[in-house]
Design a binder for this molecule. Structure first.
Ligand code: ZN
Length: 161
């Protein structure tokens, strides 16, 4: 008896056109970065804004090329950003009372980050990153190596780059 999961078939994956969802990720993240730069100028904190643009720029560069590790970084960084923005409203409101203007600013700044995440998790964006099995169409996949360069299908055992 042979276990089908042990069959390590190499599947050729064709180059794909960038889907609208990936363009949506880049566009939403760009809106966030523009707001970040404006906030940096207003708060006289250009260095911090520059570092943010640099980090996001690198993540987006790899994401646009269908990177899988960059998806994780994008997710973690987006959640940290949203969490940080939420803390910026919650923490001062404990001591000084609730500030509606602060909440409004945070909502405006965090909405493009939420849009970035929503676009990144659309099926077409996940397909673009090669997270659907090209042989059987399953979304049940795992990383084939530590760097996520190779993906293995949990359903049919297919492997692709
Ligand atoms: Zn499969």
């Amino acid at each position: 008896m042979e276990n089908t999961n042990e069959i390590q078939r190499q599947i050729a994956t064709p180059k794909k056109k960038m889907p609208g969802s990936v363009i949506g990720v880049i566009a939403s993240a760009s809106v966030f970065l523009a707001l970040n730069v404006i906030a940096g100028i207003l708060a006289n904190n250009i260095i911090s804004a520059f570092v943010t643009v640099l980090i996001w720029g690198l993540i987006l560069f790899f994401f646009a090329r269908g990177g899988r590790l960059s998806r994780w970084l994008l997710t973690i960084y987006s959640l940290l950003t949203i969490g940080g923005l939420a803390a910026a409203v919650i923490v001062p409101s404990i001591s000084k009372g609730f500030n509606f203007v602060n909440l409004l600013v945070i909502l405006v700044v965090s909405s493009p980050v939420m849009a970035t995440l929503a676009f990144a998790y659309k099926k077409s964006a996940r397909q673009y990153a090669g997270l659907y099995c090209p042989a059987c169409g399953s979304a049940k996949v795992r990383s084939g190596d530590i760097m996520y360069r190779e993906v293995v299908c949990k359903e049919c055992g297919g492997r692709w780059k």
